[in-house]
Design a protein. Structure first.
Length: 201
């Protein structure tokens, strides 16, 4: 583990039980982190991810989140994952395999603000889609940063459009913002997260 990973993962990964005076969340959530060097090939994607911490209350969330490095301070080719407890942040997980993800590409310098807004909306159940949200990923890259929201059911057009519209709302994006969607089955076929997406305006 390199120095950047050590500083990112300086949190006790054992979440305590929610105390009586805390405000419980509807689900328990887990933060994950991954970093790779440019041009490095990852043979075991899931094994390369480091679990940071889990949390199940608002107070536990802030205790974890306040110790995480801001996205703007992360090295290139780094990813934060936020997923429900029990859902592995990979395409093949049974909760993800029939779903897909909405993708928002960001100019450099905007990731920290948008990621925080998105995380708060997800754990605060602002999407209101009956458990459809599996998690979210922030991908820090050299020329852009990418936020993606993963959902269970790619074939449910009504729910998918509601998720898209909620992302625009919670991030205060212009209504004509270009967004992309890609099913996890398509990602498995071309072994790519962000290529060959369906574009929506």
């Amino acid at each position: 583990m390199n120095a950047s990973e050590q500083s990112t993962l300086s949190i006790n990964s054992n979440s305590t039980e929610t105390q009586h005076n805390e405000h419980p969340l509807h689900y328990t959530w887990v933060f994950w982190f991954m970093h790779r060097l440019p041009k490095a090939k990852i043979k075991d994607y899931e094994g390369s991810m480091k679990r940071i911490a889990s949390f199940s209350s608002i107070e536990e969330f802030w205790a974890v989140y306040s110790h995480l490095r801001r996205p703007s301070d992360l090295p290139n080719i780094s990813d934060y994952h936020l997923f429900k407890m029990g859902v592995r942040p990979v395409w093949e997980d049974e909760a993800n395999i029939h779903g897909g993800k909405w993708i928002v590409r960001l100019k450099k310098g905007l990731a920290s603000r948008y990621w925080e807004q998105l995380v708060l909306a997800i754990i605060g159940e602002q999407f209101d889609v009956q458990g459809e949200i599996c998690g979210a990923v922030l991908s820090i890259r050299s020329s852009e940063d990418i936020i993606s929201v993963w959902n269970r059911t790619a074939s449910n057009g009504r729910i998918n459009l509601k998720i898209r519209d909620t992302i625009k709302k919670v991030l205060s994006l212009p209504q004509d913002t270009t967004m992309e969607y890609k099913t996890h089955n398509d990602s498995l076929k071309d072994n790519s997260s962000f290529c060959n997406t369906d574009v929506f305006r």
